[in-house]
Design a protein around this ligand. Structure first.
Ligand SMILES: NC(=O)C1=CN([C@@H]2O[C@H](COP(=O)(O)OP(=O)(O)OC[C@H]3O[C@@H](n4cnc5c(N)ncnc54)[C@H](O)[C@@H]3O)[C@@H](O)[C@H]2O)C=CC1
Ligand SMILES: O=C(O)[C@@H]1CCC=N1
Length: 266
């Protein structure tokens, strides 16, 4: 990729996206730059050859594609700061709940925007990103943004009206997966199993189960059935989980996630 890519906000997600780009050799480090109002955050970028610039103006001048990798609460300030220099640049928002209308209200209707919802496994090249092309971003420009996220994992195209809801599916959901893993580890320890052994076993179980979902072509209900021997242990476990409203708890958590995303975007 020949474009220069800048990140406003040198935090976790900027780090994860840059990792993917460098690991896959999508662009050289000198085509990347970060700006953060805390320059103390630059060290981990600079040690990989990515420049930390002093002003937001320098960042915007440098970059063809600008990732807004700050919290939704900081968007107003950042959009105000980049507005005088951002004409013609591709703007990528990764923030929960921020819509293209919100950005266009601040940068103008001609702003070329892609909305992305990545997740933290991007750090290891195992990310899942929902991506949305907003008019007037062209197909060629959108493909460039897509290539950035594809360097860090799987990308799915989504219409804008689903971008808030998808946070509950892939943006926030690593946290529920870790919570589940934590509960399994606690249940193992309670039964006398060593914590490190339990962690290794549940982690590989999550990887293996995820691969069954992606590679076996078998639907979740059938995968559950394949584990559940008649009168056996899995059914005993599932009965207890159903009795505790396990599925409903997850679905309710997802609803709360989307509710909060909509609140943040206001
Ligand atoms: N952490 C996650 O799992 C995911 C986060 N996101 C989104 O990514 C965005 C960034 O999240 P993280 O990287 O986790 O946050 P973070 O807190 O690690 O990084 C945000 C960075 O922005 C900087 N910052 C704040 N205001 C600034 C300003 N006005 N100018 C320049 N820099 C400024 C902060 O100093 C910080 O370094 C958020 O909008 C979040 O919704 C999206 C998907 C997943
Ligand atoms: O919790 C948040 O708001 C962000 C968005 C998705 C994951 N983390």
């Amino acid at each position: 990729m020949t474009e220069k890519i800048g990140f406003i906000g040198a935090g976790n997600m900027a780090g994860a996206i840059i990792n993917g780009l460098l690991r896959q050799g999508v662009c050289p480090a000198d085509h990347l730059a970060v700006y953060d109002h805390h320059s103390t955050h630059y060290a981990r970028f600079e040690e990989r050859g990515v420049c930390g610039v002093e002003t937001v103006r320098q960042l915007v001048k440098f970059a063809d594609i600008i990732f807004l990798s700050v919290k939704p609460q900081n968007y107003d300030e950042v959009l105000q700061n980049i507005c005088p220099f951002a004409e013609g640049k591709i703007i990528v928002s990764i923030a929960a709940g921020i819509s293209s209308a919100y950005i266009k209200e601040r940068l103008g209707d001609a702003a070329k925007i892609a909305l992305a919802m990545p997740n933290t496994p991007l750090l290891l090249g195992e990310g899942a990103t929902a991506l949305c092309q907003c008019s007037p971003l062209t197909d060629v420009e959108y493909a460039k943004v897509k290539a950035v996220f594809a360097a860090g994992g799987v990308v799915q195209d989504l219409p804008e009206e689903q971008m808030a809801a998808v946070i509950s599916v892939s943006g926030s959901s690593p946290a529920y997966v870790y919570l589940f893993a934590k509960a399994v580890i606690a249940g193992a320890v309670e039964q006398g199993i060593d914590v490190a052994v339990a962690k290794a076993l549940i982690a590989q179980t999550l990887i293996g189960s995820a691969k069954m979902l992606t590679d076996s072509g078998i639907e979740p209900d059938e995968l559950i059935r394949m584990v559940s021997s008649k009168g056996g242990t899995t059914i005993a476990a599932l009965d207890a989980l159903y009795a505790h409203g396990f599925e409903q708890a997850v679905i309710d958590g997802m609803r709360q996630c989307t509710r909060r995303a909509k609140e943040l975007g206001k």
